[in-house]
Design a protein around this ligand. Structure first.
Ligand code: AMP
Length: 213
């Protein structure tokens, strides 16, 4: 089964993806995480992406689509089924994805849309902390690590993403509304959209999703 996760930044896509991967064995493709890793490794793509990410803007469609299409060619990923988290983010990316997939046997089964209020989004983003080692998500308000500032899974240090700081968050939300929200209609028309209440606790969202998948 192949799934796309759509929703505003902070709606819980990353945490939900972690759950689905742990429990169902999906392959995770998070464009944000891939770009952050590329930046940490100082690759050309990572350094190019940095200026966009720092401003809370979108990295050019061609760059992210190339990254995703490369991943989707991997046999392991096709076998496991994938969760696309943070991609597509524009109609153009969605069309490029459709085009890329049309020559393969890979099909999209569901687009999971996490709808969340501004209050939830701000709380999740301002409290979010990420593991430097394995990328696992925590939240200082709602999902604290057992030991302060350390990852439960691998023990590495937790950090706050630069783009989770207040000035950038506003821009990311504007970019979401303008560029990404139109995807909801795009996938609704294709008949594969399922909407969930992202304001609920993550355990409840997960149960809601399990009833549908
Ligand atoms: P995320 O971790 O999904 O919140 O992504 C962090 C940042 O990476 C975004 O604010 C963008 O700058 C960039 N990014 C991630 N995915 C995409 C995408 N599909 N298209 C363009 N930019 C992206």
């Amino acid at each position: 089964m192949n799934i796309i996760l759509v929703g505003p930044p902070g709606a819980g896509k990353g945490t939900l993806a972690e759950r689905l991967i742990e429990n169902k064995g999906f392959a995770h493709i998070s464009t944000g995480q891939i770009l952050r890793e590329a930046l940490a490794n100082k690759t050309k793509v990572g350094l190019e992406a940095k200026e966009y990410m720092d401003r809370g803007e979108l990295v050019p469609d061609e760059v992210v689509t190339r990254i995703v299409m490369e991943k989707l060619k991997e046999k392991e990923i096709q076998k496991a089924g994938f969760i696309l988290d943070g991609f597509p983010r524009t109609i153009n990316q969605a069309e490029l994805l459709d085009k890329g997939l049309s020559s393969t046997s890979v099909r999209l089964d569901y687009v999971i849309y996490l709808e969340a209020s501004e209050k939830t989004i701000i709380r999740r983003l301002s409290g979010r902390r990420i593991c430097r080692g394995c990328g696992k998500n925590f939240n200082i308000y709602t999902m604290q690590p057992k030991k302060e500032s350390l990852c439960d899974a691998c023990g590495s240090e937790l950090y706050q993403r630069d783009d989770d700081k207040e000035e950038t968050v506003k821009n990311r939300l504007d970019v979401y509304k303008e560029s990404t929200e139109p995807l909801i209609d795009y996938y609704r028309k294709k008949g594969i959209l399922e909407t969930f209440d992202g304001d609920k606790q993550i355990d409840d969202i997960y149960s809601d999703i399990m009833r549908v998948l």
